[in-house]
Design a protein. Sequence first.
Length: 206
Amino acid sequence: MLAMVDTAMYDAWTAYSKKAIPLYDSGVKRRSSSGTDANKIKTISYAAYRVEVDLFPSFQTSASNLMASLEFDPNDTSTDLTTPTGIGNRAAAAVLAARHHDGSNQLGDLHPGAYTDYTGYMPVNTPDKINDPNRWQPLRVSDGMGGFVVQTYIAPFWGMVTPFAKLPKFDGNGPDLLPNEAAIDGAQRILKYSADPVKVAGGNDR
């Protein structure tokens, strides 16, 4: 979410740069001759505002009030690329158009509910039995009301989300798997850390 806001701001700003290239094509042309600080601020503000209220609709009132405090009309949806407002709105629209269908299920169109799992993932392990030590195991945790609930995997589909940039290719076949000695050593160290977090943290916090 932060990357979406930052990307919209950056893409809007590129309109006033002689070299910078936007990540998403919004049709914005370079207007470096009109790149005053006031125009840049206005353009970036609209880009950020449009993405923020799309991601966090419950914050729309506070975000609109902030825009108004800057003397920017939050209801101005102009897409006129000769104006700072239009550039900002178009840059935001391009980011949203790309990220609404990036596999994150923000709109709930892949499965009911925003950001919900659409893969039908079922854990291999149960809270009471480890069938595969190399796979995630749900735990039985307190529900805060005297009972217990079993954890669910929050986002098993997140590896399918389109990244913002090209990721480096890693050598090897991934992490060490049990019963590999290196994996066992790593697991033992994690258990040690969990058993004595104060000592690991240097004794500063308990």
